[in-house]
Design a binder for this molecule. Structure first.
Ligand code: ADP
Length: 465
C-alpha cells in the first residue's frame, strides 16, 4: 500500500490528475450502480413473489368453494379447471398430511423439500430455493378440499427474473467500462489543457536559470484565473529582477570604470609624495590637496551611483509642499554659494504635488546647483511655480553658460559632462541629472530643457495633479 502511494505521488501531475479523476468517477458510478441494482432486484423479486402468492390465494379460494362432500378422487377428475388459474411455468402439487403427493398440475419443476411444522404451513410458508440448480420461489400452504386435508406447494420459477437481472448487470458493466474510458479521456485532455501553462512556466524558469533573463518564453495563456494570475505575477517578478540585475551590473561596470581614474590619480600623487614630497613641502602640499579632492569626488560618485542603483518603489501616497521644499533648498544652497541669488516666485492657489519631499528637494537642488556652478557671471536663478487647475509647473531659469543644442539631449545620460564645464567646474560626476531624470520618471513628472549658449538654461517640470 505504501509502495503504491509512493508510486502515485511520484507520478507527473497530469497522470495524478487523470488517475484521480477516473478513479473518483468510477467509484461514484459503481456506488450508483450498486444502489440501482439492489433496488431493482428487490422490486422485481417482490413482484415475482406477489404474483406467486396471488396464484396461491386464487387456488385457496377455488378449493374452499368446493362442496363439503367432495372427495379427493372426484376433485382429481376435475383438476383441469385449476390449469387456468396457474401460469404455464408454475407447478402445483397437493400432498396429504403424510407428505404423499395426490395431485399435480403442470410439471415444470421438481418439488422442493418442506421441513416445517403444520402451524407454519397454516400461515403460508414462502422460501427461495434452488431445485436442480434452478432458482425458484416455493410457497406451501394447508388446503381443505371437501373431506380432504393436506397441503399444496406452488413452485414459481425465477428464470425470467434472473435473465432480467443478468441483462441489467451486463448493461451496467458495459456502461461502467465506457464511463471509465470516457472519464480517463476527458480528464487527460483537461489536465493537458490546464497544466500546459504550468509546463510553460517551468520551461521559462528553466530557460531563465540556464540562459539568463534575455531568453524568456512568452506565455500564450491569457485567462484571468489563478494560473493566469500566477503567470502575471511571475512575469512581473522576472521583470523586476531583470531591472535590478541590470542596475546591479551597470553599477559594477560604472563603478569599476569610473573609479579607476581617481584611484590612479591618487596612486600617482602618493608615489610623488613618497619620492619627492619629503624634501619638497610644496609638492607634498599640492599632491595632498589633489588627492583629497579626488577622494571627495570618489565619495560623491559612489553615493550617486548607489542612489541610481537603489530601486525604491514609487511612494503612491507621497505629497510634498513645494513652497516649503524650495524655500529650504534655497537656504541650504545659499550657505554654500554665498554670491548666488535665488528668486522664488509662486503664482496661483498653492496645492501639494505627488512626490516625496526628499525626492523633490533632490531634483530642485541638482538643477539649481548646476545653474550656479555652470555660470561665469554672478549667478541669478529664477524659480517660478505656477499652480494651475490641471497641473503644477516648476520653472528654473539660470543666467549661466548654457548648453549647446548638440549636448542638450545628452545631459541626462550617465557620466555625461560637457567638455568645457569639466575645466570650468571641478568635482562634478556627470550623474546629478541622471538621478534627477530617474526621480522625475518615477513620479511621472515631465521635464523639458531649453538653453542658449551664453544666455542661460531653463528647466520646466510639469507635475501631475
Ligand atoms: P555634473 O554636474 O556632476 O557634471 P550633471 O548630470 O548634473 O553632472 O550634469 C551633466 C552636465 O550637463 C554637466 O557636466 C554640465 O556640463 C551640463 N549642465 C548641466 N546643467 C547645466 C546648466 N544649468 N548650465 C550649463 N550646463 C549644464
Amino acid at each position: 500500500m505504501k509502495k503504491l502511494k509512493n508510486y502515485f505521488l511520484n507520478l507527473s501531475l497530469k497522470k495524478k490528475w487523470t488517475l484521480s479523476a477516473s478513479f473518483i468517477i468510477f467509484i461514484s458510478f459503481a456506488c450508483i450502480c450498486v444502489v440501482i441494482y439492489f433496488a431493482l432486484y428487490t422490486w422485481l423479486y417482490n413482484n415475482e413473489q406477489n404474483n406467486a402468492l396471488r396464484t396461491v390465494d386464487d387456488l385457496s379460494s377455488f378449493f374452499n368453494s368446493q362442496e363439503g362432500s367432495i372427495t379427493i378422487h372426484e376433485f382429481q377428475e376435475n383438476a383441469g379447471l385449476m390449469k387456468s388459474i396457474i401460469n404455464q411455468n408454475q407447478t402445483v402439487r397437493i400432498f396429504n398430511l403424510d407428505g404423499y403427493e395426490v395431485l399435480r398440475i403442470n410439471n415444470e419443476s421438481p418439488a422442493a423439500q418442506i421441513n416445517v411444522s403444520y402451524d407454519e404451513l397454516v400461515k403460508t410458508y414462502v422460501t427461495k430455493e434452488k431445485v436442480e440448480g434452478k432458482s425458484v420461489i416455493a410457497i406451501s400452504r394447508v388446503v381443505h378440499i371437501g373431506q380432504f386435508h393436506g397441503y399444496m406447494q406452488l413452485i414459481h420459477p425465477l428464470k425470467s427474473f434472473q435473465s432480467m437481472m443478468q441483462y441489467v448487470m451486463t448493461a451496467m458493466l458495459i456502461a461502467g467500462l465506457g464511463a471509465i474510458l470516457l472519464a480517463g479521456l476527458v480528464s487527460s485532455y483537461l489536465s493537458k489543457l490546464l497544466l500546459k501553462p504550468l509546463g510553460d512556466l517551468r520551461d521559462s524558469m528553466q530557460s531563465v536559470k540556464e540562459k539568463g533573463f534575455e531568453e524568456r518564453i512568452n506565455f500564450t495563456y491569457q485567462i484571468d484565473d489563478e494560473i493566469g494570475d500566477l503567470l502575471k505575477i511571475y512575469q512581473l517578478m522576472i521583470d523586476e529582477l531583470q531591472v535590478s540585475f541590470a542596475k546591479q551590473q551597470q553599477f559594477v561596470s560604472d563603478a569599476s570604470h569610473e573609479l579607476r581614474t581617481p584611484i590612479q590619480a591618487i596612486e600617482g600623487h602618493l608615489s610623488l609624495i613618497k619620492r619627492w614630497g619629503k624634501s619638497d613641502p610644496e609638492i607634498m602640499e599640492e599632491s595632498l590637496n589633489t588627492s583629497i579632492k579626488e577622494v571627495q569626488r570618489m565619495k560623491k560618485m559612489i553615493e550617486e551611483l548607489l542612489d541610481l542603483a537603489r530601486r525604491e518603489d514609487k511612494d503612491i501616497e507621497a505629497i510634498a509642499n513645494i513652497e516649503k521644499v524650495l524655500q529650504s533648498v534655497k537656504e541650504e544652497l545659499l550657505i554654500i554659494y554665498r554670491d548666488a541669488e535665488i528668486q522664488l516666485n509662486f503664482i496661483g492657489d498653492p496645492k501639494p504635488v505627488a512626490i516625496t519631499e526628499n525626492a523633490l528637494a533632490q531634483i530642485a537642488r541638482n538643477i539649481i546647483e548646476n545653474g550656479i556652478r555652470y555660470n561665469d557671471k554672478n549667478p541669478i536663478i529664477q524659480v517660478q511655480v505656477n499652480f494651475l487647475t490641471e497641473n503644477t509647473f516648476l520653472t528654473i531659469k539660470d543666467n549661466g553658460i548654457g548648453i549647446s543644442q548638440n549636448n542638450i539631449q545628452k545631459i541626462f545620460d550617465r557620466f555625461f559632462r560637457v567638455d568645457d564645464s569639466r575645466e570650468a567646474v571641478g568635482g562634478g560626476t556627470g550623474l546629478g541629472l541622471s538621478i534627477t531624470k530617474m526621480l522625475a520618471d518615477k513620479y511621472d513628472i515631465e521635464m523639458d530643457v531649453s538653453s542658449e549658449i551664453g544666455e542661460g538654461t531653463t528647466f520646466t517640470l510639469r507635475f501631475p495633479n
